[in-house]
Design a protein around this ligand. Structure first.
Ligand code: CP
Length: 316
């Protein structure tokens, strides 16, 4: 593994998953890998889980870690190549990333989409620059289009709880009060469409189709109730339109996950990446039910990150 930005970077996902499960069973057992190493974490937008789970993963592995809130803790960064920097931004991303690479052995970076310029977002313009200017391995802590550590944690959660060899996993769109990126659902599709023991179904209202590059031919069922039939796992998430980029086309409250929705499943376990808008995306009754895995799923963010750090650092 050179960098970790998508499912493709996981290489042999079964080996990486096994590594994460072994690390979870013995979280402090690999500190020889991290000793005298430093993990740098750069955030261009807010985070609770990604920030704290990444720090915990680094500490479990015996590494030092620092966090920088770009723009707030540092100079404002200029992103444009060849810019005449006579405006607001004081430092070019080219210099900032090269310098920060001097201060760590692995760099984790969270960027964000504009939700206005689809070509710019789906071209991963900012993340591509970071990969170009970094001189150490880079981990995506969420980019404009993907959130691979979240999806890896989702996979760990399903793998360690699955009641049978083959399971049906449903990704369902849910209502929200704001226009949200497609990163989490794109990434969930990027991972779960590749898992050979998963029957994967995506359900959303018409107009919320995701980029086929990530859905990879997975079954799309526009009737949410039909999609949920017999599901073993349900992951709910809102996203704005990819086709009418960044727009909220409709926000039908009937898509909010309730116990009535879950009653159509095969006693499904419930997943959500968090943060969640309670009683907008999902009802309290689903989030607080015994079948809800949301806290375990967030906890597994530590072991997803730790397995990736282990993979990137063990060769150094
Ligand atoms: N799921 C997730 O990435 O949460 P944060 O935005 O709080 O990091």
């Amino acid at each position: 593994m050179k960098n970790f930005t998508s499912f493709a970077d996981s290489g042999d996902y079964k080996a990486l998953l096994q590594q994460a499960l072994e690390i979870k069973a013995k979280p402090y057992g690999y500190q020889h890998i991290g000793r005298n190493k430093t993990v740098g974490l750069i955030f261009f937008n807010p985070s609770l889980r990604t920030r704290l789970s990444s720090l915990k993963a680094a500490y479990n592995l015996g590494t030092q870690a620092w966090v920088l809130n770009a723009g707030a803790d540092s100079w404002t960064l200029e992103m444009a190549d060849g810019a005449v920097m006579n405006g607001g931004p004081q430092e070019h991303i080219k210099d900032a990333i090269a310098v920060m690479s001097q201060y760590c052995d692995v760099l984790g970076v969270r960027t964000f989409p504009t939700l206005k310029e689809r070509d710019e977002d789906y071209g991963e313009v900012v993340f591509t620059k970071i990969l170009q200017y970094a001189t150490v391995p880079v981990i995506s802590l969420e980019s404009a289009t993907l959130h691979p550590l979240q999806s890896f944690a989702d996979l760990i959660t399903v793998a360690e709880t699955k009641p049978k060899a083959r399971v049906k996993v449903v990704l369902t769109w849910a209502p929200h009060v704001r226009a949200l990126p497609q990163c989490v659902p794109n990434s969930f599709c990027d991972w779960f469409s590749e898992i050979d023991w998963v029957d994967f179904v995506i359900t959303h209202p018409e107009g919320y189709e995701l980029d086929p590059k990530f859905t990879k031919g997975a079954r799309i069922e526009y009737d949410q109730h039909k999609a949920l039939l017999g599901a073993d796992y349900v992951q709910a998430k809102n996203w704005s339109s990819y086709l009418n980029y960044g727009q909220v086309l409709q926000n039908d409250p009937a898509w909010m996950l309730t116990p009535e929705h879950m009653a159509r499943t095969h006693n499904a376990r419930f997943l959500h990446c968090l943060p969640v808008r309670r009683n907008v995306e999902v009802s309290d009754a689903v989030l607080d039910a015994p079948g809800s895995l949301i806290v375990q799923q967030a906890g597994n963010r530590v072991f997803a990150m730790q397995a990736v750090l282990h993979e990137l650092l063990r060769g150094q």
